[in-house]
Structures are given as structure tokens and as C-alpha cells.
Design a protein around this ligand. Structure first.
Ligand code: NAD
Length: 270
């Protein structure tokens, strides 16, 4: 038996046309997984679904905001009507938001409560609501793997990104809570884990991590110095963790948060 075999399984990826989500979608499609991309913009989701369909698996786009329960229920119904089951949910929608970051010349006194609440809502509720909606189908099947996307900012303090960090710490806690809830109420067939990526340049952090000419910002250089591998991550370096959690290779694993970070979280910087 191939422990990592995912052929014929069905994955839902929120934020599926984001940089990390799309990379994960390609990786799963290459493993023979049918993929439903969930996002707000058809003009981004439809072409990606068409592209994924060329790798042998099937793919569709479902238009839904992760904070909109009704739209997610409609997406779930369309997916189950097409493929009959949902085996994998990756909660990859999210990120930081303009206004929620403390600028270098600001302090805690400048925390914008509305922006802090907005980023908490997007990342935490944007994970909780899809987990409930797609988890309902998994509970009915008594099988499925939910993969949340945490961050290094949940475990170690990263300056400036106060709301984002709080929201990702809450995702770690929700991952553990939901893992126990599923195990106790549904059984061991439904597992809930999280991946905590280190630092990857994507749309949501490009202005913090790069200068206008594309070179690394001083902040990105600080991150690289604090990473034993001495570099930022590449999106495809998350694929192994996704395939592990999605497949039977992790059959006895639930409630964990796996860092994929070049050693950032275990290094004091000295
Ligand atoms: N890039 C990094 O270094 C890094 C590190 C750790 C964690 N993460 C996390 O990885 C995940 C993916 O982010 P990314 O880096 O690929 O950034 P990204 O901006 O490329 O992708 C995020 C996607 O989420 C979508 N999204 C945002 N709000 C949404 C909503 N309300 N409904 C539906 N979709 C919505 C965006 O449209 C975008 O496609 C995020 O949760 C992010 O916080 C990223």
C-alpha cells in the first residue's frame, strides 16, 4: 500500500488562487486529487481550475467568501453533487491586512482596533466557518482531513504584526480544539492539523518583505538572519506537509501544528 496515495480524493482549498494555495492545488492535482478552488473572484479562480484540469485530475471553481456561510454551503453542495465526497479541506484563505500593522514610527498606542478586529475575523472566522461547513460533510462520511494554515507569528513574537499574530495563535488553538471535537464526536476518521509556514514572499506580505525594486527589505533580511537555513521558503516546500496530512501517512496524527520554516522557530538568533 502506498501510504501517500491520494488518487481520486477530493480537496477543497480556500484562498486556492493565492500564492501558497495555488501551489498546493497544483501539487494535489498532480497526485490525482480532484480540486475545488474556493475564492471571491471568478476571473482568478476559473482560469486556475482550467489549468489544474490539464494535470489529469478534475477541478472546479466555487465562488465564495470564507466569511459567508451560505455561499460556502452552496459550494459544498456543488462539490458533493459533482464528486460525492470531500476528503481534504485546506483553509488557505487569509493573510494580513493594511492598517493592522504597526508602522516603525508607531507603538501599541496606535493599534487600530477596527483593523485588528478585521484581521482576526478574516483569519480566525475565515477558518472556523469553512471548517464547520465542510466538516459537516466529513462528519457525515466519518472521514476527512482538515489542514489549517497557521504561521510562525503564532509561536514566536514577530514585531509589528500584532493582529495577524493573535489570529494565527487562535488558529493553533482552534486546530487542537476541533481535533478533539471531531475525534470525540465523529471518530478517528476526521483529523484536524495545521501547517505553520515560515516566511514566503506572496501577495499579502510583498510590501513588507520587498523594496519597490524587488530586492529584500531590511525586515526580510532580519527574517533571513533569524532562519538557520539562511533563506526564505519556496511555496513548493509546503507540498510534503500537505501530502502527509492529507494522506493515510498521518492516520494517527491529529491536533498538531507542523512548522515548515527552515528552523526559524527553534533558533534564538544567536
Ligand atoms: N506568505 C507567507 O510567508 C505566509 C507565512 C505563514 C502563513 N501564511 C498564510 O498562508 C495563507 C495563504 O497566504 P499566501 O501567503 O498565499 O497569500 P496570498 O495573499 O497570495 O493568498 C491569500 C488568498 O486568500 C484570499 N482571501 C482573502 N480574504 C478572503 C476571503 N474573505 N474569502 C475568500 N478568500 C479570501 C485572497 O484573495 C488570496 O487569494 C494565509 O493564511 C497566510 O496568512 C503565509
Amino acid at each position: 500500500m502506498d501510504l501517500f496515495n491520494l488518487q481520486g480524493r477530493v480537496a477543497v482549498i480556500t484562498g486556492g488562487y493565492g500564492v501558497l494555495g495555488a501551489s498546493m492545488a497544483h501539487s494535489l492535482a498532480e497526485c490525482g486529487v480532484h480540486v475545488a478552488i474556493v475564492g471571491r473572484k471568478s476571473e482568478k479562480g476559473e482560469p486556475l481550475a482550467a489549468e489544474l484540469s490539464q494535470s489529469g485530475a478534475e477541478a472546479i471553481f466555487c465562488k465564495a467568501d470564507v466569511l459567508d456561510r451560505e455561499a460556502l454551503v452552496a459550494a459544498r453542495e456543488a462539490i458533493v453533487a459533482k464528486w460525492g465526497h470531500i476528503d481534504i479541506l485546506i483553509n488557505a484563505a487569509g493573510g494580513n491586512m493594511p492598517g493592522a500593522t504597526i508602522m516603525p514610527d508607531q507603538s501599541f498606542l496606535d493599534i487600530d482596533f477596527s483593523a485588528f478586529g478585521g484581521v482576526m475575523n478574516l483569519n480566525l472566522m475565515g477558518t472556523v466557518i469553512p471548517t464547520v461547513v465542510f466538516g459537516e460533510q466529513m462528519a457525515a462520511q466519518k472521514s476527512g482531513s482538515i489542514i489549517n494554515i497557521s504561521s510562525m507569528t503564532a509561536q514566536s513574537v514577530v514585531t509589528r504584526v500584532v493582529g495577524y499574530s493573535a489570529s494565527k495563535a487562535a488558529i493553533d488553538n482552534f486546530t487542537r480544539w476541533m481535533a478533539v471535537e471531531m475525534a470525540k464526536k465523529v471518530g478517528e476518521g476526521v483529523r484536524v492539523n495545521a501547517i505553520a509556514p515560515g516566511f514566503f514572499i506572496t501577495e499579502q506580505n510583498r510590501t513588507l518583505m520587498t523594496n519597490p525594486d524587488g530586492s529584500l527589505s531590511d525586515r526580510a533580511k532580519d527574517v533571513v538572519r533569524a532562519t538557520p537555513f539562511g533563506r526564505l521558503g519556496q511555496a513548493e516546500e509546503l507540498h510534503g506537509a500537505v501530502i502527509f496530512y492529507a494522506s493515510d501517512a498521518s492516520k494517527f496524527v491529529t491536533g498538531t501544528v507542523l512548522p515548515v520554516d527552515g528552523g526559524f522557530n527553534i533558533f534564538s538568533g544567536v
